[in-house]
Design a protein around this ligand. Structure first.
Ligand code: FAD
Length: 387
């Protein structure tokens, strides 16, 4: 990168949701941005067909609005969800609205679609360059020096920047490099639950097979299913269950018996053959929660998004919180005229406690969604006392 008068050369590690959005904010202020993403360009790949979707809420929308992307995301590609729909074992339904007074809702949006919108938006700024197939393998965070593995050629490449932004997700390399420094605290927790993603097809005449205005939940105490609507009238579901339960679902027979007993309505919608095929296609994924502090190194490095505060997905706030990080960073750039010596420590000061709090809330909602939604409140207090 070449230096530009009065502006910083910023390297963003990770071209996922938060990294691509951050690029828009930096470029808007005239900084020169290079995104390094270790995967290939997802816009060049054929879609896998199955949509992984995320719930977008107020704090995420605010950040999108600030770079002019809220309307396209929400109005063109978002599916509104006005509340939770709880399914009991007998197929009885109970709707719990998110906002019964003003009717506010959250939106389901495809992760892939959102990432494409954000990468396209970032690349519209002449000052943004996106380098795919570049994996950060090492960095000197004080000196702004980085080493990348070119995933296509296998060659090692060097680069430098005034500021390195680690937006490289829950298993962040930038955070791991920070962790070697003194006075950096970091705690990671794997929960005992894993998850398996399952697609629920559309129903008759390509309509939604269940109410398309809800986030659906099948709370079953130790485990649960959730499902979010997609633009094409399918749903994307997730089974969240402890690994000791998932390990018992080793054959089509045990799997179908499990779904017949616990999720009979869902089994009818997915179909036995499709359930078996989807379930055994991939391994269950783990879920991690990260709390660390500070989020910065001097005036030269900062972690944001999941790199700073990965959380369990039960509060549906991981991406939203990452988007809010970027909004805060932008406010600090405004306040301190892009002086990163002032901005970075202030960001840690203002954001670490919030990051830790939302990780706790997400962990609490882990219990709430799978169990407490069906029970009286004394257990809630017992759990809240622990966090
Ligand atoms: P990521 O999306 O992980 O992106 C990181 C990027 O960095 C990736 O593209 C990766 O390839 C790249 N990268 C990694 N390492 C390197 C490296 N060494 N060099 C270069 N590039 C690198 N959040 C919500 O707000 N709402 C929801 O409903 C919701 N549902 C969820 C459901 C599930 C099952 C899960 C697991 C998470 C959910 N989340 C949700 C959380 C959300 O997915 C994350 O918070 C969000 O993706 C974080 O974005 P990010 O850009 O920080 O990280």
């Amino acid at each position: 990168m070449t230096e530009v008068e009065g502006k910083s050369r910023i390297a963003i590690i990770g071209g996922g949701l938060v990294g691509a959005l951050a690029a828009c904010f930096f470029a808007k202020r005239g900084h020169q941005v290079v995104i390094y993403e270790y995967r290939s360009d997802l816009r060049m790949e054929n879609s896998s067909g199955q949509s992984i979707n995320l719930a977008l809420s107020f704090r995420g929308r605010e950040a999108l609005r600030a770079v002019g992307l809220e309307d396209i995301v929400v109005k063109q590609y978002g599916t509104s969800m006005r509340g939770r729909m709880l399914h009991d074992k007998n197929g009885n339904l109970k709707e719990v609205l998110y906002d019964s007074v003003k009717g506010n809702c959250i939106y389901s949006i495809s992760r892939r679609r959102l990432n494409i919108i954000l990468l396209d938006a970032a690349e519209k700024y002449p000052k943004v360059q996106v380098n795919f197939n570049k994996k950060l393998v090492d960095a000197d965070l004080e000196k702004g020096k980085m080493k990348f593995l070119n995933m296509k050629t296998g060659a090692m490449e060097n680069a430098d920047a005034d500021l390195i932004i680690g937006a490289d997700g829950a298993y962040s390399k930038v955070r791991k490099i920070m962790a070697k420094r003194s006075l950096f605290n970091c705690a990671q927790t794997y929960i005992e639950h894993g998850y398996v993603e399952l697609s629920v097809p559309s129903g008759k005449n390509n309509e939604f097979a269940m109410n398309g205005k809800n986030l659906h939940i099948w709370p079953r105490g130790e485990f649960m299913m959730t499902s979010l609507p997609n633009e094409d009238h399918t749903f994307t579901g997730n089974l969240f269950a402890p690994f000791h339960v998932l390990e018992k679902l080793k054959t089509p027979v045990t799997l179908l018996r499990f779904y017949t007993e616990h999720f009979p309505d869902l089994l009818r919608l997915i179909g036995e053959q499709s359930l078996v095929q989807q379930f055994f296609e991939k391994e269950p994924q783990t879920l991690i929660s990260i709390k660390c502090e500070p989020y910065h190194v001097g005036k030269t490095a900062l972690i944001i998004g999941d790199a700073a505060h990965a959380m369990v997905p039960f509060y549906a706030q991981g991406m939203n919180t990452g988007f809010e990080d970027v909004l805060l960073l932008d406010e600090l750039m405004e306040c301190y005229n892009s002086d990163f010596a002032k901005i970075l420590p202030k960001f840690s000061e203002l954001r670490c406690d919030d990051g830790h709090a939302i990780c706790d809330l997400a962990m609490y909602n882990y219990l709430e969604m799978r169990d407490l939604v069906t029970r009286k409140s004394f257990l809630v207090r017992k759990f809240v006392d622990k966090i």
